[in-house]
Design a protein around this ligand. Structure first.
Ligand code: GUN
Length: 296
């Protein structure tokens, strides 16, 4: 069997086009422009690349982008004061503090100081609780993107056996909550799972989010399963480097029914879902109906 390739790049472009249409409608019908503030503390090169991409795509869909670049030695008090200003700013509908933060800053404290209604990352403890109890939340962008692709491919996921490998707060845990919300039978596996291979072989839906290059080989995949690879790992390839996922694509694609590639799978969906969350936050802030299909 050769798996269907789930094209996240195309899916994300389609989603952005829909968001762009909705942004035009908000402007024409209501005089509103959704605004996203991104806060970057320090000079981490990977974070700088992400923040630049976020700002660019925000502007491309017609939203307002507010970038706040702070020195690595910024004090917690100064960062909290900036977030308080953004919380109070009616032009800002979404706030994202790029992680990781420098070690002297308490990430939990900082994230929990964001107004939950503007927490477009879905990391605030209120949104985590709302998602966990099946209430309307801001949903973390990467798991939301994965779920959109799964729904698009399968329609209903009800009754399916889902295995999420990885238990991070950013991907693994919220992904499991979303799949539970879709009435899947969900297992969260991790580095201490006793027989990881056998656990993965049970999965109709296998989500890999561990950050270890190509650690899941094809013979851990159930024939016909859908494999969602969240990993983005840079490895040496001769003189150069290349990006690979947490799944060994070549062998897994021989067995799976459908699989996301790396790059071009889940990755492009994350920023598209950040824009979707910003649009959703703007509609909620103004009591307007939320466009369909942008959240769960
Ligand atoms: N760093 C890596 N991924 C993310 C993300 O999704 N949101 C934020 N805020 N920081 C990140």
């Amino acid at each position: 069997m050769t798996a269907v390739r789930l094209d996240g790049k195309l899916f994300a472009a389609t989603l952005r086009a829909r968001i762009s249409d909705q942004v035009s409608h908000l402007r024409d019908a209501h005089g509103l422009t959704p605004g996203l503030a991104v806060v970057l503390v320090g000079e981490d090169p990977a974070s700088q690349v992400y923040v630049r991409a976020k700002g660019k795509q925000t502007v491309e869909v017609g939203m307002a982008s507010f970038e706040h670049k702070l020195a690595a030695e910024t004090s917690e008090a100064d960062l909290l004061a900036l977030i308080a200003r953004l919380n109070a700013d009616p032009k800002v509908h979404g706030i994202l503090v790029q992680l990781p933060l420098p070690a002297h800053l308490n990430s939990d404290l900082v994230i929990n100081s964001i107004d939950p209604a503007k927490d477009v990352d879905g990391f605030h403890i209120s949104n985590v609780g709302l998602l966990g109890t099946g209430q309307k939340a801001m949903v973390p962008c990467t798991p939301l993107g994965c779920l959109m692709m799964l729904r698009d491919h399968h329609g209903s996921l009800s009754g399916m056996e889902a295995v999420v490998v990885g238990r991070s707060n950013i991907v693994g845990k919220p992904m499991a909550q979303l799949l539970l919300g879709e009435s899947c039978t969900v297992t969260i596996a991790h580095s201490r799972t006793r027989d990881l291979a056998e656990t993965c072989r049970r999965a109709d839906i296998l989500v890999a989010a561990v950050g270890r290059p190509e650690m899941i080989p094809g013979d851990w995949v159930k024939p016909g399963a859908t494999v969602i690879d969240v990993g983005i790992n840079r490895i040496a390839a001769g003189e150069k480097t290349r990006l690979v996922g947490d799944v060994d694509y070549e062998s897994a694609a021989q067995v799976a029914g459908a699989i996301t590639p790396v790059p071009g799978g889940v990755g492009p969906m994350t920023i598209a879902c950040l824009l979707a969350n910003t649009l959703t936050a703007c509609c909620r802030a103004h009591g307007l109906p939320e466009p369909e299909g942008l959240t769960v």
